[in-house]
Ligand binder design. Structure first.
Ligand code: NI
Length: 157
């Protein structure tokens, strides 16, 4: 395994659209292993393959040390809304509020090609949306808004 270099948002590569994974082979597993090591090393909540220079529809999440891999993810349902302050390993500071669904249902494949469906809420839903956006070249800085007062985090009220 290896820690991979992060593509910064100032590099136009980060805006490219990632391609569907068709082969679930050792090369994919090595990518996923490296992404896990990279997101751990950088204390990120998630990382998309495009952020390490690979245009595959793949992202990983690290939620309270629960680590999940998503290959060819699709958000198939959303409910509600929330505003949370997001950051990104490709952007660094500043963080900014983005409007996201409160709940998302995501369908994806694991590293072996087995399909699964996961219902994610709260911060996990934010992370799924943020990483899924990366697969289409979209960054949270494109979506920063001023949240309604009730959504402001405590230190800003
Ligand atoms: Ni990001």
């Amino acid at each position: 395994m290896a820690i991979r270099e992060i593509v910064p948002h100032t590099d136009s590569f980060i805006r490219k659209r990632s391609k569907t994974v068709k082969v679930f082979d050792e090369k994919l597993w090595e990518l996923l292993d490296d992404m896990k090591e990279t997101v751990d090393a950088k204390y990120g909540s998630g990382l998309a393959a495009v952020q390490v220079g690979v245009l595959k529809r793949v992202f990983v999440l690290n939620i309270n040390n629960m680590y999940i891999e998503f290959v060819n993810p699709q958000i198939i349902d959303t409910k509600g809304e929330q505003y949370k302050k997001e950051g990104c390993l490709s952007v660094g500071m500043p963080f900014g509020y983005v409007k996201r669904p409160q709940q998302v249902t995501v369908r994806a494949f694991d590293r072996y090609g087995n399909q699964f469906t996961l219902v994610c809420e709260d911060w996990t839903a934010v992370c799924v949306c943020h990483e899924n956006d990366h697969l289409d070249g979209v960054l949270y800085i494109d979506k920063i808004v001023t949240p309604p007062a009730e959504f402001l985090e405590e230190d800003e009220e």
